[in-house]
Design a protein around this ligand. Sequence first.
Ligand code: CTP
Length: 415
Amino acid sequence: MRVVVGISGGIAAYKAALAIRELVQAGHDVHVVPTASALRFIGRPTLEALSRNPVTDEVFDDVASVRHVALGQQADLIIVLPATANTLAKLAHGLADDLLGTTILASRAPLVLAPAMHTEMWEQPAVQANVATLVSRGVTLVGPVAGQLTGADSGMGRMAEPHEVVSAALALVDGGASQQGTAARGALAGRTVVVSAGGTREPIDPVRFLGNRSSGAMGVAVATAARDAGAAVTLVGANLDVPVPTGVEHVSVETTAQLAQAMQALADADVVVMAAAVADYRVDEVSAGKRTKESWGETPTLQLALNPDILAQLAQRERTNLVVGFAAETEADDAALLERGRAKLARKGADLLVLNRVGHTEGFGDVRTAVRVLDASGIVAESRGDKVSVARDIIDAIAARLAAHDRSNPTEEPR
Ligand code: CTP
C-alpha cells in the first residue's frame, strides 16, 4: 500500500521516524511529506533513509511530475503525525500553501491525524472547532492522550504512540488488510477476545504494595493484534505502564481479587488470554493505617496467603471457548524450559500456553522477545522479534486453533 506520512512542526516530529520504520517494515511504500518547520525538528536524511524514498517539502521541486497531485492521487492512506494546531487549522480550512497541504487536498485517501500540542492549545475553542470540522468531514483522529508533555508539565495533548497511530490507520483501511499475516486479514472477525495484561499489586498498607515488573506491553500488543484481526476486544489492565490501545474496551484493575472478578465476568468470550503477571500471594492482613518502623520493628515479617489461580479457574470451568495462558520462566536449559511449559499447560488445563524465558532484565519491557506456543501435543508456533510482531504471530496461532475447532464442530455456532 502507498502511504503518505505528513509531519508537521512540533517536537513530536522525531517520533514520526518510528511510524515510518514500522510502515516500511510492514511492506508499505512510504512517502514522507514534512512541513518546513518539521524539518527543523527532524532531518531529511533520516526521513529518506527510513522511508527509502526522496523527501521534499517543496511544491517547486520536481514540478514536471506535478508532485503533490501524484503523491495525493496515488496515496492509499495519509497519516499526519504529529498534527500541530497550525496544521489542524490549515486542514480545516483547506489551505494549500505547502506540499503537505496540496497533497492532502489532491487526495481522496483516508486521512488520519495524530494531534500533539500543549493542553492549553488543545483546549482552545478555535482548535476544538477545527477538530470538530475535520471529524465531521470523516477525518480520523488518533489521540491526543494525557501524559508527559515537552517541558516539565504533563496533561492532555501528548501525541498517541507512533505504533498506536499506525495500527489505527491501518485498521481503517480494509480492516488492516494491508498488514502481513492472517491476523491482519480479519481472522478474528466476529469473535470476542478478552486479554488480561500488566501485573497485579497486593496492598500491604495504604501506601505500599507487593508487585512485579510486568509493564503490560506484551498483553497490550496481543490485545492490539486481536483488534487488528477484527475481534471485539476487552483489555483487563492491571497497573499498565503502556497506553491502552484505541478501539478496545478497557477495564482497569489493581489487585488479583479485582482481576479475578473482572475475568470471571468476561469468561464467556470466544478467546480468553491471561497475559497478566498475577501475584501468587496476597498480604494476609492489610494494615488500615500506614505501617511505621515503630509498629513494624527491626525484622518485620509479612504473613502471605495464596491467591486463586485465575487461569486454572477459567480453564477448568465447563466451557466451549479457547483459553490461553502465558508462562514466563527463568529456566536456562531449553529442554527443561519446555518441560516446565508442558507441565504448566496440563496443570492449568488451558488450551494454549505462550512460553517465554525471562531473566532479571530479559523479557521485562524489552522490545524484543521470543516465544513458543504450546498445546497438549507440543509446540504449535514459534515467534521471535519485537513484541508487536510476536503478538501478531500469537494471534495467528489462536485464529488457527479456532478455525480448526470450527472445522471439527461444523454444527456448532461459530464462536
Ligand atoms: N496465573 C493466574 N493466576 C495466578 C497465577 C498465574 O491466572 N494466581 C496465570 C498467568 O496469568 C499466566 C499463567 O497463569 O497466564 C502462568 O503464570 P505463572 O506465574 O507462570 O504460573 P504459576 O502458577 O504462578 O506458576 P509458578 O509456580 O511457576 O510461578
